[in-house]
Design a protein around this ligand. Structure first.
Ligand code: PLZ
Length: 435
């Protein structure tokens, strides 16, 4: 660190931001970035911050990853846009081939590309409704699926995502999540009871025959890195299959090696009918996808899916570079290694501080949930204090959770172990100062 955080140059830029950018667009840590790599963000004041956020689970291959940079530079020089719906190009097809190969299941698949996670979700819903001819979509407590009108309706949390932005899209129904730490009768009963509640709620409040899709994050992201009780996902998927309901896995945050597998569903052998991807897919360029069973994806009328920029050639070239990096550098193994370094350190925090109620996650998607000592009341004040202390010492740490009481860690998968350990030392010190 060279200056206080934020430094003088960042403060100047933040003043310009306040004068030019809508106040509705927040900044977690207002240091302005000059350049970034595999785990370090350098700001305009010359401070070097350790990155435990990866731009919210995006730059898994690192910032400005060499294969991404090379592919993008070549593509920008060749052509930047034609619109795939007008005159197509190979890069789009190649990304879809990769998605069809890498996503769970060996059945015939097709993909379509979009620009953002929310847009992928919107399209997955369109596809499921068209295929089934049914209206209802079931989503879960603590879910996050985006900020567009339909995806706000699917997102559970009011502040800041939905507050005053209604009315929301209809035919969205919410059911309880199998959240082991907060399951009323304890974690051991969670999978069974949550599944029974899911089935009875959908039956009583929606009706199976009205239900187009069940949409779930296999590990909930913004909602607080909630890992559903083991077996829950598989049972929900199986139940959907028996009722002709499309099971959609939102792997926008969990996908592309983040959890130590190509997709989080892999760990439980769950094969979704449709899967949405974004974030990690393209090393920081905006790209998203919907991948699914060929009979579902091909049931849509010609011209029914698309958009001006969806599957932009530069973003596709970046994705091909990112996926090549994941394979060449075995980023699944890297994510598992990150977990092996981080989890014991987080467990040690839980031993030391009563306020650390739960340690959870998978691979390089780990979190601690902070509570009031002696119980389970959420402790957002301590969460904010620890995050702030991390920021002051040069660690980019993010919060999450319906109650704002989760500290989540999403380092780039290419981070070197020394930096990872240094970041954990900063976290230790932040707890020591705040807890
Ligand atoms: N589904 C599971 O995690 C994006 C949101 C940050 P977009 N999560 C980060 C914020 O505050 O806006 C996300 C996700 C899951 C969908 C999305 C939406 O993806 O690319 O942000 O639209």
């Amino acid at each position: 660190m060279r200056t206080e955080i934020p430094g003088p140059r960042s403060l100047e830029l933040q003043a310009r931001k306040q004068a030019a950018v809508s106040a509705g667009v927040g900044t977690t840590l207002p240091v302005y970035v000059e350049r970034a790599g595999g785990g370090i963000v350098v700001d305009v004041d010359g401070n070097q911050l350790i990155d435990f956020g990866a731009g919210i689970a995006v730059v898994s291959v690192g910032n400005a990853a060499p294969r991404v940079v090379a592919n993008v530079q070549q593509q920008v020089a060749d052509f930047t846009h034609t619109c795939f719906m007008v005159t197509p190009y190979e890069e789009y097809v190649a990304v879809c081939e990769q998605l069809n190969e890498l996503t769970p299941g060996t059945h015939a698949k097709r993909s379509a590309l979009f620009n953002s996670g929310a847009e992928a979700i919107e399209n997955a819903v369109k596809i499921a409704r068209s295929y089934t001819g049914r209206p209802a979509i079931v989503a879960f407590d603590h879910a996050y699926h985006g900020r567009t009108n339909l995806t706000m309706a699917l997102t559970a949390k009011n502040m800041p995502y939905k507050h005053r932005f209604g009315p929301f899209a209809n035919e969205i129904y919410r059911v309880p999540m199998a959240y082991p730490y907060r399951w009323p009768t304890g974690p051991d009963n969670c999978a069974d009871e949550a599944f029974e509640l899911f089935v009875s709620s959908v039956h009583a409040q929606v009706g199976e025959e009205n239900c187009a899709a069940v949409l779930i994050e296999p590990i909930q992201g913004e909602g607080g890195f909630i890992v559903p009780a083991p077996g829950f996902l598989a049972r929900v998927a199986e139940w959907c299959a028996t009722h002709g309901i499309v099971f959609i896995a939102d792997e926008i945050q969990t996908g592309f090696c983040r959890t130590g597998d190509w997709f989080a569903c892999d760990a439980e052998g769950v094969v979704p009918d449709l899967i949405t991807t974004a974030k990690g897919i393209a090393g920081g360029l905006p790209l998203a996808g919907v991948t699914g069973r060929a009979e579902i994806m091909d049931s849509i009328h010609g011209g029914g899916l698309g958009g001006t920029y969806g599957g932009n050639p530069v973003a596709c070239a970046a994705a091909l570079g990112a996926i090549e990096t994941m394979r060449a550098e075995d980023l699944n193994a890297k994510a598992k290694h990150i977990e092996s370094v981080m989890r014991p350190r987080l467990a040690a925090l839980a031993d030391k501080y009563e306020a650390v109620g739960d340690v959870r996650g998978r691979g390089a998607m780990l979190a601690v949930e902070l509570v009031e000592p002696g119980g389970k009341d959420p402790n957002p004040a301590l969460t904010a204090a620890v995050a702030k202390a991390c920021h002051q010492d040069g660690l980019i740490a993010l919060t999450a959770g319906t109650y704002g009481n989760v500290l989540r860690f999403l380092p780039p998968l290419v981070i070197v172990e020394g930096l990872l350990r240094e970041g954990l030392d900063i976290l230790d010190a932040a707890f020591a100062r705040s807890a």
